[in-house]
Design a protein around this ligand. Structure first.
Ligand code: NAG
Ligand code: NAG
Length: 180
């Protein structure tokens, strides 16, 4: 498949720079760029425009270009807390987002994520002040004096032991207790 783009803008003498919608070939000529989703198959000549080809499956090109290869699509690594939010197309890269229990450490331009971290667990003696989200880590807070937390989730007040007498009958069976 070939897709000549416009007419060839070829200069015989190598040029320093090309116009915005043109690219410079290896031998210094200016040729019309290929559109998104395509790359150069053959540079333009005096007789013909640039020949472009579509990106193969698993590759993409998201800008007008004078490149000879499409970019490989990003894969979303579930082992690192990512899943596919939007599949790769010929003109856009894959967009990854964050699995539950992880948050994003590196957002991409397309509002996707390229790097995640697991949510932190709060330590014993702390509580979860704010649960982690897909964009932020867990916020922990120390328990106030008089409170404790064994699991690092929430703080509980210490129960103060109440002094009391235990009244038993003569076989040692507790009948009732009396607060002092
Ligand atoms: C991406 O493509 C795969 C395979 O074609 C499909 O199973 C999946 O549902 C697609 N995911 C999204 C988010 O479109
Ligand atoms: C002691 O109290 C228990 C429970 O009320 C009762 O069953 C038991 O008979 C009592 N024993 C005596 C010796 O009073």
């Amino acid at each position: 498949m070939c897709f000549p783009v416009g007419y060839a803008a070829v200069f015989i003498v190598p040029v320093l720079s090309c116009r915005p919608n043109e690219y410079k070939t290896n031998d210094g000529q200016c040729c019309p760029m290929c559109n998104k989703g395509r790359v150069v198959r053959k540079d333009c000549t005096v007789y013909a425009g640039t020949q472009c080809r579509f990106c193969d499956l698993g590759t993409f090109m998201n800008q007008p270009n004078g490149l000879y290869n499409c970019f490989p699509c990003t894969s979303c690594d579930t082992g690192h807390g990512l899943f596919v939010k939007q599949n790769c197309t010929a003109t856009t890269d894959t967009v990854c987002d964050v699995l539950n229990g992880y948050y994003c450490k590196d957002l991409t331009d397309s509002n996707g994520c390229s790097l995640t971290e697991k949510h932190s667990q709060c330590a014993a003696g702390q509580r979860i002040k704010e649960p982690g989200t897909s964009r932020s880590d867990t916020v922990c807070e120390d328990c106030q004096p008089g409170f404790f937390s064994k699991d690092g989730v929430s703080c509980t007040a210490w129960k103060v032991a109440v002094p009391h007498h235990i009244i038993c009958n003569n076989t040692g069976i507790i009948l009732y207790t009396v607060l002092l």
